[in-house]
Design a protein around this ligand. Structure first.
Ligand code: HEC
Length: 305
């Protein structure tokens, strides 16, 4: 393998290694940044839903209680109101999902799916767990989800305790089969918020392709430039020196000096070679002179013998 081939190979390996490492690091940071951004969106949804529930419990329900003793689903149930508001929100953002599924819900549409059941079970088994995050594929789309535990409290008992205590209007709407006798202090549901992230992933891939393309272009340009300069300032001069040195000392050879005597390393080498050529040339001339003298003296010997 020639010097330039070895040199270029080392350069290519170094240049592939560095961008490769950079790409891995960038990918990691990009994913982190995307998750932070999605986390922020999920937190907004969760906080807005939480604020709605709080408003119903602290403002709307007490205000309605003053004018109507009976249970009005559309104004007194924070779950019902929050789900209703989220329904309107979904008109503009249909891919955002907000659910509070339960293993035994009042409203059958809130029955936990196998995936949701698994989340609730994990919260039930580990009370220290405050959030579960992850990716989920639904109907070919990728979602990022966050789930938070919902714990049964004393104040929920009027509607989720014994059905005997529940408002008649609630029993009329949901019956008595499910949604009651929830144990206080236990996780009975989970708030699950899902946000689609296909667009973010596609944008991340697009950024990768553009960056990768630019890096490849730069790499090719850099290697081309290196090859050109290396050839010009090293290989070409070295080949010329080799050719001249090869012609030295042959039969009937012409004595040439190396033309390149610049200030760099190759110039120094050329000067040193020129000195050697000069010394060889003088030694040769001396030898020739001696040979001629010997030949001349042998000739006179013949004459006088
Ligand atoms: C005033 C009655 C009332 C109170 C008090 C109440 N809820 Fe509910 N809850 C409801 C109604 C009604 C629904 C069904 C709403 C719907 O159909 O969307 C519901 C639904 C739910 C759901 C969704 C699953 C299901 O059963 O459909 C969860 C979870 C829930 N409530 C948790 C709680 C918790 C936790 C508390 C206490 C902090 C609480 N609720 C207090 C009336 C109540």
């Amino acid at each position: 393998m020639s010097i330039i081939q070895r040199y270029l190979l080392t350069m290519v390996l170094a240049m592939l290694f560095i961008p490769g490492l950079t790409a891995l690091l960038l990918g990691h940071l990009e994913k982190k940044r995307m998750e932070q951004e999605i986390d922020h969106r999920i937190e907004l949804v969760a906080r807005f839903a939480g604020a709605t529930r709080e408003y119903v419990a602290k403002n709307l329900r007490p205000a309605l209680d003053q004018v109507a003793r009976e249970f009005i689903l559309e104004g007194k149930s924070s779950s019902y109101v929050t789900n209703g508001i989220f329904g309107y929100f979904n008109r503009h953002f249909p891919d955002y999902r907000y659910r509070q599924p339960a293993l035994a819900p009042l409203n059958p549409t809130h029955l936990a799916s196998p995936f949701e059941r698994d989340l609730i079970k994990r919260f039930q088994e580990n009370s220290a767990l405050t959030v579960i995050k992850g990716y989920q594929k639904v109907d070919g789309r990728i979602y990022y989800y966050s789930a938070f535990p919902v714990v049964m409290e004393q104040k929920c008992l009027p509607c989720h305790g014994n059905p005997v205590d529940a408002p008649a209007a609630l029993l009329n709407s949901y019956g008595t089969d499910s949604g009651f006798h929830w144990p206080v202090g236990k996780v009975i549901s989970a708030t699950v918020i899902q946000v689609p992230i296909d667009d973010e992933i596609a944008a991340m891939h697009a950024r990768y392709y553009v960056l990768g393309g630019c890096a490849l272009l730069l790499l090719s340009f850099f290697l081309g430039l290196h090859q050109f300069l290396f050839h010009r300032s090293f290989i070409r001069r070295l080949s010329l020196m080799t050719a001249i040195m090869d012609r030295q000392g042959g039969e009937g050879s012409v004595v040439e000096r190396l033309p390149d005597e610049g200030a760099d390393e190759l110039g120094l080498l050329a000067r040193s070679c020129n000195r050697t050529i000069q010394q060889l040339r003088e030694a040769n001339l001396e030898l020739e002179r001696k040979a001629r003298r010997v030949a001349a003296s042998e000739g006179s010997d013949v004459e006088f013998s």
